[in-house]
Write a protein that binds this ligand. Structure first.
Ligand code: ADP
Length: 342
């Protein structure tokens, strides 16, 4: 396997929590609590987890829209987390973002032409004539006519606005697009059109995506590799088919139960997801999922489990293909259960 396009090492983003009349710091929210991830050129990494698990914070921290507390974000070996000034400015061309809400993410006072051209102006890419020509091409690419140029976002539907957001994200020819719940705000009938457009653009342009979603069926549709996040950490990651057919973390198995499916392949032994997730301010000595996990033993509460390959995949880990890794000390027993139930 070639060197990754993006490699995240032990990334943390903590927020202080203030309270009392003097606004003293009374705790820390560990929104991203030590994430390791890799994304390869031309691939889609689907990032899944319940609301509040830290997906958006991770996406924003990758882009340096938020300052990381610690860790590395290596884009082709250059550390975005440490980059300053000109280096950061240049790296930002390579990574663009598509946001969830196509209503608030487009400036209502700019025309569509101005919105799509703006990143090229900021980065001084090409002459004015070249920029205008490129805007036309990009709008055509996302299925909008040249008549959109002089119109305002308010004149478009949600699906059309998200197409404009995609055109803007592509204007600087990025190699990685971070898409944060890009279809969640759209009608179901429009979701698949925007998803298919994103998949088609990926094929044509060799784009890599980090695709953030709470919706497992959307992630299954678009991803090559899937990472499951729980309370600021990745608890399971692997090739999409492996994660959906043989989930080996009890949390992933519980999430899968929630997918309505008539497909018997997806009926697995039931694992109820009981109770609330612990507060992201809590400092837990062991596995963060132990309080809700039907398989938890005393050993699970002693030390946080590392992300390690399931036994059947030790060879994949050794020969460099994408391994199936799970942060659970009982991963092999649970992986075997998944196979038996499938
Ligand atoms: P998700 O995208 O998975 O829904 P978020 O990344 O939005 O999760 O949030 C993760 C955690 O970080 C939540 O507990 C949230 O309340 C907290 N959080 C996010 N942004 C901030 C912030 N600016 N200040 C304090 N806490 C925050």
């Amino acid at each position: 396997m070639t060197a990754p396009l993006l490699e995240i090492r032990d990334l943390h983003k903590h927020y202080p929590v203030r309270g009392g009349i003097f606004s003293r710091t009374v705790g820390t929210v560990r929104a991203v609590a030590g994430v390791d991830l890799t994304v390869h050129a031309g691939q889609t990494l689907g990032l899944v987890g319940e609301s509040g698990c830290g997906k958006s914070t991770l996406g924003r921290t990758l882009m340096r829209l938020e300052e990381p507390t610690s860790g590395q974000v290596l884009f082709e070996g250059r550390d975005l987390a440490q980059a300053r000034g000109d280096e950061l400015f240049k790296l930002r061309r390579e990574i663009q973002m598509v946001f969830q809400d196509p209503y608030s993410s487009l400036n209502p006072r700019l025309t569509v032409g101005e919105i799509v051209r703006e990143p090229m102006l900021v980065h001084g890419m090409g002459s004015k004539a070249e920029q205008v020509e490129r805007v036309r091409e990009l709008l055509a690419t996302v299925g909008l006519g040249a008549d959109a140029l002089q119109r305002y976002p308010s004149e478009f539907s949600g699906g059309q606005r998200q197409r404009i957001g995609v055109a803007r994200a592509l204007s600087l020819n990025p190699r990685l697009v971070i898409a944060d719940e890009p279809v969640s705000a759209l009608d179901v009938s429009v979701q698949s059109q925007v998803l298919n457009l994103m998949v088609q653009l990926q094929r044509e342009r060799g784009l890599a995506y980090v695709f953030i979603s709470h919706d497992l069926s959307v992630v299954e549709h678009v991803s090559d590799v899937v990472a499951i996040m729980y309370l600021g950490r990745i608890v399971e990651m692997g090739p999409v088919r492996r994660i959906f057919d043989q989930p080996a973390h009890p949390y992933t198995r519980a999430l899968m139960q929630a997918i309505p499916s008539g497909n018997p392949r997806q009926r697995r032994a039931s694992v109820p997801l009981a109770g609330e997730a612990p507060s992201p301010m809590a400092v837990l000595p062991g596995c963060a999922f132990a309080s809700r996990c039907p398989y938890a033993t005393d050993a699970c509460r002693q030390a946080p489990p590392a992300l390690e390959p399931v036994a059947v995949d030790a060879a994949a880990a050794a020969n460099g293909t994408q391994p199936h890794v799970v942060a659970c000390i009982r991963r092999d027993e649970i992986a075997a259960l998944a196979v038996a139930a499938g």
